[in-house]
Ligand binder design. Structure first.
Ligand SMILES: [Zn+2]
Length: 101
């Protein structure tokens, strides 16, 4: 019985710790009041109040199909960028496509 209580306590403690860590990450300044409601927007980086930080992601062109993909999702293979691993493989499979002739 005591073990169960301990487990519950650990669970709550870890949740509290996680929350605290998350808050520390989102508010590095630590100068925002408890009722600020995002009044100060000095830094428009990942410190936004939203859950998903929207970073400026430059688009890169896929060497195989020409589709523009965010650089964070793009694959880099042999100096070229691709939208997916399938295209990277297909590009490598080409007998040097445009440079052949
Ligand atoms: Zn592609």
């Amino acid at each position: 019985m005591r073990q169960l209580l301990l487990l519950i306590f650990v669970f709550f403690a870890s949740q509290w710790l996680f929350k605290k860590l998350k808050r520390a990450q989102t508010a590095p300044g630590a100068q925002t009041g408890p009722q600020g409601a995002g009044a100060t927007r000095a830094s428009r980086g990942p410190a936004a109040s939203g859950s998903v930080p929207q970073l400026p992601d430059p688009l890169v062109r896929c060497a195989e199909c020409g589709v523009h993909t965010p650089s964070s999702e793009a694959l880099v293979a042999a100096g070229h960028r691709f939208c997916c691993s399938d295209h990277a493989r297909r590009y490598a499979g080409h007998p040097t496509g445009r440079d052949a002739r």
